[in-house]
Design a protein around this ligand. Structure first.
Ligand code: K1U
Ligand code: ZN
Length: 167
């Protein structure tokens, strides 16, 4: 299973709006498998296809320690949301940056699974936060864009420094 390179903010390709998946075929199933392995190896608890340079509406999430609770959401849509939560978030495309972001505390989401069957899922806690974070990726939005302009400038400077050190 090849690990896929993850795009790093401020790469403009992270700002594309992902397109719906028309047909769930072997190519899509292979991509989902590679995304899952890439997420586990990073390590992370979620990954959107746009982060591996595929602008399609595909998300994988696994909050388990055992890496055996993979959730695949294809063409996901939030149907309902309630409440407020202030949770610290990270992002595999913004390495080393963790910030509190205000989101809905509870969401009901509809998506297709790998068999093409539609399902609904109700989530709270970290799963609700992760679903909203990944759905933002599908709209071309990265979590740091919720922060003030000053914080965003500081984050960009820190990322540039990290990138220079890695060269
Ligand atoms: O979208 C991403 O880049 C994945 C992101 C998901 C996420 C985490 C926390 C709040 C909102 C969204 C990550 O997985 S960041 C890494 C992380 O949270 C983690 C890493 C190792 C173990 C456990 C968590
Ligand atoms: Zn992210």
């Amino acid at each position: 299973m090849p690990l896929l390179p993850i795009l790093h903010y401020p790469d403009e390709r992270l700002h594309r709006v992902a397109k719906p998946v028309d047909t769930i075929n072997d190519e899509i199933r292979c991509l989902v498998e590679d995304m899952a392995q890439t997420m586990y190896a990073a390590p992370g608890v979620g990954l959107a296809a746009i982060q591996v340079n595929v602008p399609l509406q595909i998300i994988v999430i696994d909050l388990s320690d055992t890496h055996d609770q993979l959730l695949t959401l294809i063409n996901p849509e939030i149907l309902e949301s309630r409440g407020e939560s202030d949770c610290e978030e990270g992002c595999l495309s913004v390495p080393g940056i963790y910030e509190k972001i205000q989101r809905a505390a509870w969401v009901k989401v509809q998506a297709k699974n790998l068999d093409g069957a539609r399902f609904e899922l109700e989530a709270d806690g970290l799963l609700a936060v992760c679903i909203q974070h990944e759905l933002d990726h599908l709209q071309g939005k990265v979590f740091v864009e919720y922060l003030s302009a000053l914080k965003q400038r500081r984050i960009l400077a820190k990322l540039k420094k990290q990138q220079r050190r890695a060269m």
